[in-house]
Structure formats: C-alpha cells, structure tokens
Design a protein around this ligand. Sequence first.
Ligand code: PLP
Length: 460
Amino acid sequence: MTSSLDAIANAQEAAKRNLWLHFTRMSSYADHEVPVIVRGSGAYVFDQHGKRYLDGLAGLFVSQVGHGRQEIAEAGARQASELAYFPLWSYAHPKAIELAQRLADLAPGDLNRVFFTTSGSEAVESAWKLAKQYFKLTGQPERYKVISREIAYHGTSMGALAITGLADIKYPFEPMTPGGVRVPNTNFYRAPAFVGGDLEAFGIWAADEIERAILREGPQSVAAVYLEPVQNSGGCFPPPPGYFQRVREICDRYGVLLVSDEVICAFGRLGYYFGSQRYGYQPDIITFAKGVTSGYAPLGGMLVRDELMEPFTAGTATFLHGITFAGHPVSCAVALANLDIFEKEDLLGNVRANEPAFRATLEKLCDLPIVGEVRGAGYFYGIELVKDKDTRETFNDEESERLLRGFLSQALFDAGLVCRADDRGDPVIQLSPPLICGQEHFDEMEAILRTVLTEAWSRL
Ligand SMILES: Cc1ncc(COP(=O)(O)O)c(C=O)c1O
C-alpha cells in the first residue's frame, strides 16, 4: 500500500519537475496534483488513484472506438514484430498501401491519393505545400495565400499556425508565415444583425465573404480555402444550409482549392466517414488525423483529388516534402484495425441513430440561466455560456478567468467528466465523446454538467 502511494508521489514530483504539458499553465499545478490518467476502458478513463471519468472529449476528439480495444493493440504489436519501421520515402509497405486504398474507397469523389503525415498540423501544412507546388508546376506561381475563418484552429506548427484564426496563440510567435487571410465563421448565435434572423441568408453572406476576400487579395494570389465541416474552436459552428455549396461555386469561379480540414470531423464524428459527405460538398483535399487510429498510434494525412496529383505523375516532378514517421507501419496497421471496428459495430449507424437523443439530452440544460445555446452535430457539441440569456451578453475577461479557469474546468473533472471549457471565442463547454456512447452516457454528462453549471452560476 505504502509503496503504491510512494509511486504516485514520485510520479507527481517527476511530472512537475520534468514534464511540460501542452497549452497548460504549469503554475496552476504548483499547489495541485497533476492529473495522471493511467488506463482506459470503453468510454471511461481512470486516474492514478483509480477514480473513474467519463471521457466526454474522446481524449482530444480522438478515441472514436473507445479505450482498451485489445484487437487494435494486437494489430499494432503484430505489425511491430513483422516490420516496425520503414519510410515512405521511395518505398511502400503493405499496410500503407492497404490503408491508402481503403481511405480512397471511403472518401468522396475522386480523392484517390493519400499522403500520410503523423499529425493534423502536418496534414494542414502538407496541403498548403502541395497547393503552392501544384500551382507553380501548372503556371500559376503567384498563388500562395490561404483563406480560413476567424477563431478556427488548424494546428500549431508555423505553417498551420498561419492558417489558424486565433490571435492569442499566434501573437508570441509572430511574424507569421505570410499568406494567411481571415474571413467570418458561421457562428449564427452571434450573426451580424442584418442577417441575424435568417440562417440561410447568414450562410450566403458568410460564404460571399470568402469571395470578397479573394477579390480583395487578388484572385491570382489565392491558393486555397481551409474550412472545417463543423468549426471546432468557438464551440461547434455547423454550416448553414447551402453554405458549402456556395463556397464550392466561389472556389471554382476563381480556381481556388477547397481544403476540408477534417482532423476532427472525419471518422464518424458527424455520423459519416468524412464530414464533407454529411454536408454534400466535394473538397479538393481532405486533411485528417485523430480518429483515423482512434489514438492507438499517431497518424494523419491528406486525401487529394487525382487532378492535383497529375503534374507529379510524369517527368522529373516530385512533391518535395516528407516526414520520417509519416504512414508508420504500426500506425497504418492500427488504423486498419480501427476501421474494422467501425464496420463491425456500425459506429456510423450508432452516431446517426443516437444524435437526436444526444442533442435532446444536452438541450435539457437550456433551462439553466447560464446556458445560452447548445449547438453542433453528430457526436460533437458546444454549449455556450452567457451572463444574460436574453441579451446574449457574454462574460468579461475577469469573469471568464474566474469562471472557466478558476472553477469550471477543475470542477467538471472533479465531478468525473472529461470535457473542455474553452474561451478562445466566447466561453463554451465542448463535448465529443467516443462513438460507442449511448443514452446512459448522455445522461451522465447532463447530470454532471447540470450540477457544476448550477454551482458556477451561484458563484458569479
Ligand atoms: C481542425 C484541426 N486541424 C488541425 C489540427 C492539428 O492537429 P494536431 O494537433 O494533430 O497537429 C487540429 C487539432 O485539434 C484540428 O482540430
């Protein structure tokens, strides 16, 4: 008993002394334990003390099939003993071939070419580099700019950061890679008054803002538009009806590539293999990561239309880009085993069948004075918190700091729910549970949120 307590204390000390947590104020652990998650099973994870938490965020929008899947772990182990590593630089390996073919079969339209990476940021940057080199090879060398939406998160490496629309996480690293251009997102809850009452008109306006940005920048200089099917950052903004169809028309009119950044929205998060399938649009490139392996090993990539590959299929042209661990054999084997589970257990069917119940369960929280709106799609929801429901007034910086960082994040975790309290836009709580979840999990989330949000309101 003493020795296990000693082990926990030693791990705490080492975590505080040697480990650097991402996007984390390390000072907040000066007088707090660092949470250490040691094991997972299904929709739950367990900390170093054996306490159980409902994983309402699928880790970080990752664990689609849930935790503790023996068959995926075994597929990875088998691959590691057969061929642990070989690069995709000039060579192929069987699992990368098989996975590329399988993803091409699942993807919409003629997205038949897969370029693997190890992460979402690398996928986003790879798509930008491809767009730039493609246009240089096809006689349009001035096209390099990328348009993306305000508050959208597209990753943290320097290229991806230039596409990300969050000023606060860019500022310390300025100057940015040149070429990032911002347009409004599809936050209908905070739509400008002149389109505030009409979702469709709002969507057309937001899409047309992309056209205005292209014209402002000079159409000959714009390479790509990056959009998530449902924008994560800011709290799950779904596209208004007709939005993506209009964006597709605009991109075609000016010869600009449409990149669907599906690092979160692919692999069942919205009830389809790809989010673009749910909303009926055809991207030129899809970027993916996270759910492709459900996190059992790291993998990302981009799916590319045949036409974008054409300049690279003849002569000496080479896409001058590569990453040592991209398309790692273990990760590809794991991704295939992950997709097998999707099929065997009809996870897409589970999300589609349960989506209305999940939404309805979360919408019960709308009777709380602090809940302004529940929005999202599939198994992907944001709950916007407000100070005044009628005026939609949000919290000031001090209240946000006190409410989100000072209370909510910790209180939700203490109450046994992993989710995200985020104020990169207006304050929201985000939920994105494993795709195996059902009504009992929805009820558990709702009950914990109700208790903690009620307490939060009383502290304001
Ligand atoms: C839409 C989107 N793009 C890109 C990224 C970056 O992915 P990664 O953290 O794997 O680099 C993320 C991460 O959350 C994301 O949500």
